[in-house]
Ligand binder design. Structure first.
Ligand SMILES: [Mg+2]
Length: 393
């Protein structure tokens, strides 16, 4: 039975029930389904253009065109799929871990996967639970309506520097901003840190300043985020901020690897220089959890960024209530694939407390994104079961 046929068949039987009873009852549909097949497939989710360098990495390329995803099949004909995380080995090895298990043994829709053993298939299991329960993933956590949030384009790199033998200059960056604006974004995250390894330090810093000023001038109503990919020191970051004194910033991400001393100094500078409202985001690259926790106690940091898949969809679900109580926002990292943007959007829609989500744009691939899309500068997650993403047939 294909996914659509399965959905049609189950729609009538589940529509009248409420989620808590579905999730808890011994006769929950999740108990009736058992994994009987695991399949790996590849999907194509390319970016709309070449993405260049950031402060630490070279040209990123055209995006994933052979992305490995996992498809879980149940004995009753349901399927769920999505990106995996970490080492999964072959399909047979993964099947050994879950074969014959009921979906209720693997995932509790209210809280996520039942054991870290299933971390690799956290996303496919959420999709599958949503399909079986006829709920979008954002509703599994109990939300009646999705909490909508802003979305930024995370695709403004150092495209002024390439091609290396004839650099395109700042106009290329502005052209990319224009493309993203026309696509629907009203927030742009601009990579900075050209002086870390690609240009002489002072020249690179000045180029970062010129780029951000040029974007603000060309798109005065767009909110700008900056991301240093840990390529700055606290002093070079402050020099950059002095250089763009008239440009409002929505957030600053990973200027340097998190330390209490550096972030405290930067926070004090921001507060003293009219940037109290600029969000301070960290936790993406090699997160130092003890330091992050310490920095958020007094809101020196106020946005957490761990990856939606690498950190884990369920781990994010577990920590979100506490972050919300502490007044710390979350915006899980999604860079790389447009699928991850959808996962993060469902997560944010379930819990709120995300000031924006990271948009990775795709064009020309073979995944159906359905209702998952940007409308009026907000990311709307699908109301269809699971993540509402369709595998190529
Ligand atoms: Mg980043």
């Amino acid at each position: 039975m294909d996914r659509r046929a399965f959905l049609n068949q189950t729609a009538l039987t589940t529509a009248a029930c409420t989620l808590p009873s579905l999730a808890l009852a011994a006769d929950s549909p999740l108990s009736e389904h058992r994994i009987d097949r695991v399949e790996f497939r590849t999907v194509s989710v390319p970016w709309p253009r070449q993405v260049g360098r950031n402060s630490t990495k070279g040209i990123h390329g055209q995006g994933p065109t052979r992305l490995r995803v996992c498809v879980l099949h149940t004995n009753r004909g349901a399927t769920g799929w999505g990106q995996t995380q970490g080492k999964t080995g072959k399909a047979e090895q993964l099947l050994e871990l879950v074969q014959g298990k009921s979906i209720a043994e693997l995932i509790d829709p209210r809280t996520g996967i039942t054991s870290d053993k299933y971390h690799a298939i956290d996303i496919p299991l959420h999709d599958l639970a949503g399909v079986i329960l006829e709920r979008p993933v954002w509703a599994l956590a109990g939300a009646d309506e999705p909490r909508l949030t802003k979305v930024y384009s995370g695709m403004i790199y150092f495209d002024d520097l390439d091609p290396a033998d004839n650099p395109a200059g700042i106009d290329q960056v502005l052209e990319n901003c224009r493309w993203d604006y026309e696509y629907g974004y009203r927030q742009l995250k601009v990579k900075i840190g050209r002086g870390t390894k690609w240009m002489p330090p002072k020249v690179g810093l000045q180029r970062d300043i010129d780029v951000v000023k040029a974007i603000h001038q060309a798109f005065p109503k767009v909110e700008i985020l900056v991301d240093g990919n840990n390529g700055f020191t606290v002093d070079t970051m402050i020099a950059f901020l002095d250089g763009i004194a008239d440009v409002p910033l929505f957030w600053i991400e990973e200027p340097f690897h998190e330390t209490v001393t550096d972030w405290t100094r930067l926070r004090d500078y921001l507060v003293a220089n009219g940037r109290k409202e600029t969000l301070r985001a960290d936790g993406e690259a090699k997160p130092d959890f003890a330091t992050l926790e310490r920095l958020q106690r007094d809101h020196t940091l106020n946005v957490r960024l761990e990856d939606i898949c690498g950190h884990g969809f369920t781990r994010w679900r577990h920590q979100m209530p506490r972050l919300t109580r502490q007044g710390i926002a979350a915006s899980p990292h999604t860079w790389g694939t447009a699928l991850k943007t959808v996962y993060a959007a469902h997560f944010a829609a379930a819990y709120g407390n995300a000031p924006t989500i990271e948009g990775v744009t795709t064009r020309g691939g073979d995944v159906g994104f359905g209702e998952n899309k940007i409308v009026h500068a907000q990311f709307h997650p699908s109301h269809q079961p699971g993540f509402g993403l369709a595998l190529p047939s």
